[in-house]
Each structure stands twice: as C-alpha cells, then as structure tokens.
Design a protein around this ligand. Sequence first.
Ligand code: COA
Length: 170
Amino acid sequence: MAPSAEVPSATVPVVGPATRADFDRIRELTVGVYRDEELASTQYLAELGDVEGRAGRSQLLVARLDGRVVGSVALVLDGDFGEVTAGPAEAAFRMLVVDPAARGAGVGELLVTTCLDRARAAGKASMVLSTDPRMTAAHRLYERLGFRRLPGRDWSPVPGVDLLVYALGL
Ligand SMILES: CC(C)(COP(=O)(O)OP(=O)(O)OC[C@H]1O[C@@H](n2cnc3c(N)ncnc32)[C@H](O)[C@@H]1OP(=O)(O)O)[C@@H](O)C(=O)NCCC(=O)NCCS
C-alpha cells in the first residue's frame, strides 16, 4: 500500500543554513550549553552570544529536528574567524553545539559532515579546528570521522586556556 500522507515520517535531523529567525535560539543553545557544561570563560561566553557577528564571518548552519533547532555550527571558508586556519586551502568550523536532549542520535556528526561536504565543494584541502581538552565527546566524534591531532599547532587564546588542534584532509 502506498504510504498515506497522514502517516508521520520518521524524525530525522536536517542541516541547513540558519536564518535570522534562528539567531535567538542559536544564542540560547550555544551560550547555555557552554555555560552549563563549564566549557567557556565569561569572555568567550560573550563571543558565543554574538550570533549576528559570526553570521557575517561564517556560514552559520543549524540542525533541525521536527522543525526545532537542536544544533548549530559556524563553518569558516575564509577570513580570520577560523582562528587556526593557516591559509586559503584550509577551512574551519567553530562553536559546534547540540542540545543535550538531542544528543547521541547523530546530530553532531551530521553537522560536522555537512561542514566537510561544503568545504570540499568549495575546493578546500583540509578542515582544521581547535577544541578544549574538556570536550571529550567532541574528540570522539572527530576521531571517528578521521580527524587527527596536530599538536604542533595547539595554542592558547588567553593564559590558562590551552586548545587542541585537530585536522582532516578533504
Ligand atoms: C560534541 C557534541 C556536538 C556531539 O553531539 P551529538 O549529537 O551527541 O553527536 P553524535 O550523536 O553524532 O555522537 C555522539 C554519540 O552518539 C552515538 N550515536 C550517534 N548516532 C547514534 C544512533 N543513531 N544510535 C545510537 N548512538 C548514536 C555516537 O556513536 C557517539 O557515541 P560516543 O560519544 O560514545 O562516541 C555534543 O556533545 C555537544 O554539544 N557538546 C558540548 C559542546 C562541545 O563540546 N562542542 C565542541 C566544540 S570543539
């Protein structure tokens, strides 16, 4: 029998560009998670809250589940917002977050693989990112997708914050 339009389809996350209408939710989600999980300084929380600012310097992507934003990431294909990018052949992503209530279902992986696909389509040779040592779930995700540590490029944005750099060839 052909599927009826009344039968709800399975809930699957969908990743696409954020619109201005998503900015408040992205701010709430990103600042809320980084604050509650103690992943950011007060200064960095202010930067995480500047969604308008990063929308102008990156491709802001969101993951929706049943239409609700449950994740976000900023994909950087050029410019200094990448922080750790060493030249035009490198892309970066930053400020990856998934709502705790939606974790463990592949939303984070879909956000990252969408960044990889878009960077590859833009002709980039590699994806780089820096991450806090406490973000262990993220590190498992990166390693599962083939990212490797680049210890020679680890760096400290401010004294006492020591970030790890990961990279993946595209
Ligand atoms: C890192 C983060 C984005 C991962 O989000 P997520 O949506 O839970 O990621 P995934 O679902 O793709 O993967 C998480 C786990 O679920 C598992 N999983 C994925 N799909 C699954 C499925 N369909 N069924 C069962 N398990 C599944 C994965 O194998 C993974 O397991 P592991 O952690 O034991 O390795 C999220 O934990 C987060 O927001 N952390 C705080 C912010 C942060 O650290 N950001 C990184 C910045 S560098």
